[in-house]
Write a protein that binds this ligand. Sequence first.
Ligand code: HEM
Length: 474
Amino acid sequence: MPIDLGAALAWEKASADEKRMLEDLQGNILKGHGREHTQNIFFHIDAKESAEGRNFIRSISGWVKSGYRQLDEAKKYRLYRQDAGAFVGLMLSASGYAALGIPDDQIPADEAFRSGLKKRQDLLNDPKVKAWDEGFQAEIHGMILIGGLDESQVRKTRRNILKIKPESVTILGVETGLAMKNKNGDGIEHFGYVDGRSQPLLLVEDINREATDNGGIDIWDPTFPLKQVLVPCPGGLLKELSFGSYFVFRKLEQNVKGFKDKEAAIADEFGLSGDEEELAGALIVGRFEDGTPVILQKTDKLIDPVPNNFDFSGDTQGNKCPFHSHIRKTNPRGDSVREFGATFGVTLEAERSHIMARRGITYGARNTKIDADGQIIELKDKPIGGVGLLFMAYQSDIANQFEFTQVSWANSPQFVKDDAGIDPVIGQGQNPTSQQQPVKWGEEAKKTIDFQGFVSMKGGEYFFAPSISFLKNL
Ligand code: HEM
């Protein structure tokens, strides 16, 4: 095998085979494209006109940015501020492959992918499809992802792409992403918390930077092998060098007022004030708004750089960072080995196999106070809807990564201990379940809270991001 999927990749020292692999792989998979303005365009292909559909996709493939080009351009941007233009990615759903008339042996095999997100509703405890936004209720065959430096770059790229769209391809909906940054320049989500800090790092250059400049990697090692996100692309033309990645898209609406009111009520109930007022939310998310991990201290401002080199081994009772907190649920950093290793043989490698590469972006406009650099100093309004997260994640196995995280960790009140409760941010429980919050940070006594229901799923789909040679050869 010319590509070692069992290790991270040093792209700047890529061998000839690795470079060819990266040139055939879509960008955004091994590292985020980094653009702050995006659009996701969802489309349907008339199966009776599959040749037109294939022609359309083949034409778009010229815009699709390869992993190699993305990395090379990002390096030049860092060095010379040279704008690399828009990012374009293209994904197909299983029904999309079928509508294009692709033979079965060229359709990615993942079972969850083949069944599609709509059929996983019971497993995931998702709302009924009838309650999803209208565009998502139809059969979605594909998605074009455009990222740009500004809105006009995205719109211009979209216009050019849609100019060549035949009538037999219908646009079902467009989601517009708009990143938000706090005054430290860190990305935030609509509840106000730094997001996107903890990622599996798949490139040796990123891992080295994390080790030397970003807080170290000796406690939590963010190094992940390529196989975390890559699988061979059936139908790719480069023998043993064509890869793709499964891609989960979910539109998650956030009720900011509900979340913030509940946070304030809990701060009151637990008598948190002054420096500790922010603790209520930090115990829910696992990090303070500025990114400070609550496992490390009971106040914020540990942000330069925002730490990620930590685990929960010193907090086996959830006295500092509760078991239900969003980041402890979605990355237990060894908790499940300690709790289930002896009885069920859970290893750190098995636990880490569930991690995915998150590439989400916030959507919806907010009333903000900004500084001279345009960074957000204050989120002034508290919308109850119309804002949220376009959750996107790449992985090599949807059941073992996204679905396992959502179902067996976030939605399960018994993970990682019997009375942990569901994830208060994304947990979707059948019955309300309460969580155990420490009465005082670092102390054993707990009090029950009931925190959930502020994120609603509005629709989505499972996709595959095929190799560029597959797209070009359609
Ligand atoms: C509107 C919905 C969501 C919000 C507001 C949200 C918010 C956050 C925040 C604030 C962080 C901390 C920043 C960081 O460590 O990178 C985080 C981390 C994370 N989230 Fe979410 N998230 C949402 C949806 C999801 C979903 C659907 C999943 C997966 C099923 C997920 C999985 C993760 C993971 C794996 C981490 C990193 C944990 C770590 O490695 O420490 N999130 N999220």
